[in-house]
Design a protein. Sequence first.
Lengths: 204, 436
Amino acid sequence: MASEMQNSNPTILDTADLPTRLRPSVSSKTTTYGSEFFAAVLPSLMHGTADPLSDYSPFSSDSEGDGELMEEPIDEQEIYDLISTISDPEHPISLGALAVVSLPDISIKSSLSDVPGSPLRTVTVLITPTITHCSLATVIGLGVRVRLEQSLPPRFRVDVRIKEGTHSTAGEVNKQLADKERVAAALENGTLMGVIAKMLETCQ
Amino acid sequence: MTAENAVPLTLLSDLTPPSLERTWLTAPHPVLPLVATCSSDKTVRVYSLTNFHLLSTISGGHKRSVRTCAWKPNISGESVLATGSFDATVGIWRRWDNYEETVGQHRDAADHSYDADGGHDQDEDEEWRFAVLLDGHDSEVKSVSWSASGMLLATCSRDKSIWIWEDLDDGDNNFETVAVMQEHEGDVKCVAWHPTEECLASGSYDDTIRIWREDIDDWGQVSCIRGHEGTVWGVDWEAIENIPSSELVSGQEEAWKQWHALSGPRIASCSHDRTVRIWRRQPRARVSSSAMSGIPSIIRPSGTDETWEEDAVLQKAHVLSIYAVAWSRRTGLLASVGADGRIAVYKERFVAASQTQPMDTNPPTPAGDGTDGTAISHIPTEWKIVAIIDGAHGIYEINHVAWAKRADRGRHGSNDEEVLITTADDGSIKVWSITR
């Protein structure tokens, strides 16, 4: 970690103004949110994110628990709630409050556009670093990727990228974050994981 | 994208029990009906291809994920496995060949390869013996490959280097560092040796494929192949004797053989850019003539330099990163797998000259002997997807694909029947039979 902060005076949003489905003292898992109702009324908008689709596999995989079938649909707001509470690596402030992650920069789409019944979904999160030369962008991106991979069912592919025009070496950072092998190796790096674990401490 | 499924691929079996963590790669033994699978749980599992069951688990050698492994070819009586790990080291493991006793297989199945020499002490010989740890890379080892002779081992890493080690075979497990090549500008993701020569191909995070040879005493880069627009995850060589299918156009075989002898085996590569590409070396005779016809000086061949050109971009089969490609040395079929969980199998066949691209101005005349200055035109072929399997491992990404000789019971007779082995993120390994 750099001894001097890269951005000592970031803009901070009031967390009360941030979009969330989380309520104080109510965990997201207990929020029912009328998912069945919406799923019935708006099947096209739900984009099949409800998990019964994971039956799709012609070679049903045992390791994919039946529990997933009962899971509520996963939408952009839920993704936001998973990652907005991650702490910035150099400030005790959440990525949501720093506007590093924001709801409009999260999207969920089918991973295999040419396979209509596929349950695979790609979650794309665009990150806006607080300053354009922030060398911590990779660590923040990795933190977001780790958080989502640990929280989402395995049929989700996580795509974390720097928002276009917000970082001087975005291409380089994006290539690293998209490299499965590098991410896997990073997860086995104790020092790096220590930093990530600290960032994720503030997540529910 | 459609596949005719002209070559039906059907699930034969899973390898059981699987690792419960991500598996990266499954390497078929060069002779015995065995495979070794590398896992994130820091172990290597050895399975039988005769009954698809676990035979051994090699553990205790690596501190992090085992990313890659390769069987040393060209030895008998003993199996030697090289393993590469995220802990930056390469392990060498040895075991006397006596698995056929464990699985109760008839010895006539592969009589030349088994060593049931009763002289070994059984208790000790049951086990894999850790032989030596090759230390040198600064970060994760990504790929290891033995040369055809088994004398040289190439290893590559995120540290951007490729190391070549010589197995001194002195009975003392000594390996000597022969070369360290650092020309790549990013992680070296894969290395693969030429099927017969001491010539190495590598693919990298810098989007290039590079070819390496020894010139007198020094190992060096003889070609840098650009074309992919993303990380090159895998490379594989064509068999020396490969001939495309004549199902559409016949009578090309002789001309093909002549041309192929001059250009040598081709290379298949796969990339994050979602393409599989085939590369071929310019025949040496043609190199000199084309150097005069306006090729920029920077790639003018000199000495051992080779010019490699794109031979084909295969019909698009994948929508996400392609992690592995395998070119069957027996059948010439090519298979690719990747993050989209799909297996694709491709077949190459001769086509009539008129079906090639307009830029191919020379008619496919049978090649001359290569010294009379006449253009040596390659024989036109096309690649066709012959099988596609979506969701081959359910929702999981497939990290590796390999061809192996089919060896399950009752199948010993047919010598060139093959299976395809795929390795996935959930730890599952599947064996697919292919009907021809």
